[in-house]
Design a binder for this molecule. Structure first.
Ligand SMILES: Cc1cc2nc3c(=O)[nH]c(=O)nc-3n(C[C@H](O)[C@H](O)[C@H](O)COP(=O)(O)O)c2cc1C
Length: 205
């Protein structure tokens, strides 16, 4: 059975990219991850926060059409990937604006992944110390081990994106946990946590 046929069609995954840059590495890394999860049966959406109304985000106007739609997609999602550039050793302000529009327990029952891009690994803990507690406080069910992708580890060959081996392995592991949550496999005691004994070749379902 392939990954696609295991995912019930009512389950959806939403990726949220939170860079203000037009040519965003974060958005491209997220798009790459989402493309590995998309299939005929999985509903996959990518919300680029830079496309939402800046004034609606700043003023907390959840009635604005695109913001309202984005919040609805998030509410309906089984799994959410929060993708942010590291700015000043923290997640982006754009992401905070969006998180502040969500209900207090807007992540209840959901699986979430914090995915970052940064100039180096120096501020990798920004995801675990800065973003993870916020996601946890919003009721996330499973918080998958975060992944920080240093920009130097990203390779672009024509239109094809790849990563240094260790980053590729971390992303593959994150996808495994996202897939598990989408297909309802919640019996893995290490769900959401790195599996140090992961056998080669079994890194995805
Ligand atoms: C204002 C600003 C602040 C940044 N601060 C950090 C930082 O503290 N640590 C780090 O590792 N990278 C830092 N960077 C580098 C970005 O995290 C990195 O280039 C990222 O991939 C940008 O993603 P984007 O293209 O999606 O905006 C900073 C970049 C900018 C523009």
């Amino acid at each position: 059975m392939n990954q696609a046929s295991m995912i019930p069609c009512e389950k959806s995954i939403v990726g949220i990219s939170a860079s203000p840059s037009e040519n965003s590495s974060t958005a491209r890394v997220l798009e790459n991850l989402l493309s590995k999860m998309s299939s005929d049966n999985a509903v996959v959406d990518h919300i680029r926060l830079r496309d939402l109304s800046p004034s609606a985000l700043v003023l907390g106007d959840t009635s604005e059409e695109a913001v309202h739609h984005a919040l609805q997609l998030v509410e309906e999602a089984a799994a959410i990937v929060f993708a942010t550039p590291i700015y000043k050793a923290a997640y982006s302000g754009l992401l905070k604006l969006f998180l502040d529009l969500m209900p207090q327990y807007g992540l209840a029952g959901k699986t979430v992944l914090a995915l970052g891009t940064g100039g180096s690994l120096a501020h990798a803990l920004a995801l675990d110390y800065g973003l993870r507690p916020v996601l946890q406080s919003m009721g996330a069910r499973h918080v998958i081990q975060s992944v920080l992708v240093p920009t130097v580890s990203i390779r672009l060959d024509g239109g094809r994106m790849s990563f240094d081996e260790d980053i590729e392995a971390a992303l593959t592991e994150a996808i495994y946990h996202l897939q598990c949550s989408l297909v309802g496999i919640t019996t893995d005691p290490l769900l959401g946590h790195p599996r140090p004994q992961r056998p080669a070749g079994l890194s995805t379902i």
